[in-house]
Design a protein around this ligand. Structure first.
Ligand SMILES: Cc1ncc(COP(=O)(O)O)c(C=O)c1O
Length: 437
């Protein structure tokens, strides 16, 4: 596989992967818990839940059982004009968990499509109401919302979006001050940001989209709950719909089941994906409040939400989502999450004591280290290759976001495995920083 990767004979084209100059993809044969097993007998600890999805670890038996049962009952059905119990069960359970104001759920296929649906839903809401001048979106600098065109438009312009710049729609960006603890009180920079936001908004804005408190892809960058609280309140007062992208933060990533639970002002639309199905099958959900749906509550065909995918609300994916939610709500997971958070805090303290040139950020089961060496923080920072390779040498999958190393493990990871992840990080930091400390 190694030699083949850069050759036209190798038939796979892997995502986010330069075709030349990167390591050959590792052949995975199976997975169990936090471990991935390679075809040469190596065992790799998956410390990032395989792109933030596998919260229960790999090959959890509850999903095999749920899938078997569902596949023997109903594996797929067109979701226009037909419905099914797994979808209804899921939404009936999930909406009250999100909060009283969330009344309607629209299925799609992944995080990017959940965002596309949210944007279209918000824009058409105003169109249906005859407020056709409301067509602009506000987004945050540093944001990432996926790889489809709408999602790319509302993201921070980056290497990911540069080739398509001319085709992306125009967005107003709000520069957001970062912090290391989302619960800190507001400071001068936050108040200045609020002022800029107040001056920025106008009657042509339809929606304000954000990743609540933690911008994952831009390096687990955090900003304050109190800041978002004010921004959402200001936007909603001006009639702008607020879209919370909980694709990464949802399902207990921020110390609460959903990040919006930290807020008093409730966003109008919430996007979920990734851990929604426990990472077993792809699925996206866009959830909204009743006033939004009311704008579509008409027999006028031209006010229909004309959006859908072949696999909308696939019953197998719904069965997995139901299973995942049951597991996550069980008492065990409170302990797992508390244990990870406690261990992370101890390790964070240790790293801080060692005086490496890093900024640490922690929230729920997330622990991130921003390395202050070389060029400014970015996804394309030169440290990414060294770090990734060094961790893999130690049999740990950590896929740094440029110069930001972060842990986002399956909630079921064992303490010994978590300790191996910490050991690998400490060793690699020693290797990188020894000469400078
Ligand atoms: C906050 C956020 N939104 C949207 C997406 C896109 O999700 P997907 O990769 O499932 O399309 C991601 C993916 O990392 C994300 O982190």
């Amino acid at each position: 596989m190694e030699n083949l990767k850069t050759s036209p004979a190798y038939p796979l084209w892997h995502p986010f992967t330069p075709q030349v100059g990167t390591m050959a993809p590792l052949p995975v044969v199976s997975g169990k818990g936090a471990r991935l097993y390679l075809n040469d007998g190596r065992e790799i600890i998956d410390a990032i839940s395989s792109w933030w999805v596998s919260i229960h670890g790999h090959s959890h038996p509850a999903f095999a059982e749920a899938l078997f049962k569902q596949a023997n009952t109903l594996e797929q059905v067109i979701f226009a004009g037909f419905s099914h119990k797994p979808a209804l069960d899921l939404v009936t359970k999930l909406l009250p968990l999100l909060g009283d104001s969330y009344k309607k759920a629209f299925f799609s296929d992944n995080g990017s499509t959940a965002i596309e649906v949210a944007l279209k839903m918000a824009l058409q809401y105003f169109w249906n109401k005859g407020e056709t001048e409301r067509t602009k979106v506000i987004a945050l600098t540093g944001s990432y919302h996926g790889d489809t065109f709408g999602a790319m438009s509302v993201a921070e312009p980056s290497a990911f979006t540069a080739p398509y710049k001319a085709l992306l729609f125009d967005v107003d960006y709000l520069d957001i001050p970062y912090c290391t603890d989302i619960h800190l009180p507001l400071n001068e920079a936050d108040y200045a940001c609020i002022k800029v936001f107040q001056d920025l908004i106008h009657q042509n804005h339809a929606a304000f989209i954000f990743e609540p408190f933690i911008q994952g892809a831009s390096g687990m960058q955090m900003y304050k709950v109190a800041l978002l609280e004010q921004l959402v309140a200001i936007a909603q007062k001006a009639g702008i719909l607020c879209i919370a992208d909980e694709v990464m933060t949802g399902f207990s990533r921020t110390g609460k089941l959903f990040a919006i639970h930290h807020l008093v002002s409730k966003p109008d639309i919430v996007c979920l994906s990734k851990a929604l199905t426990g990472g077993i099958l792809p699925m996206g959900l866009t959830i909204c409040n009743l006033p939004i749906w009311e704008a579509y509550n008409t027999s006028d065909l031209y006010k229909t939400f004309f959006h859908g995918h072949s696999f909308t609300a696939n019953p197998l994916a719904c069965a997995c989502a139901n299973t995942s939610l049951d597991l996550l709500l069980s008492a065990d997971y409170c302990h797992y999450l508390a244990d990870i958070e406690e261990s992370n805090n101890e390790f964070k303290f240790l790293i801080e004591q060692k005086g490496y040139p890093v900024i640490t950020r922690a929230c729920g089961p997330i622990l991130a280290f921003e390395l202050l060496q070389g060029s400014p923080t970015s996804y394309v920072h030169e440290a990414r290759h060294i770090l990734y390779a060094e961790f893999l040498k130690r049999n740990v999958l950590l896929r740094p976001l440029g110069n930001v190393v972060y842990i986002l493990p399956p909630y079921t990871i064992t303490k010994p495995d978590l300790n191996l992840v910490y050991k690998a990080i400490e060793e690699v930091f020693d290797l990188l920083f020894k000469p400078s400390i």
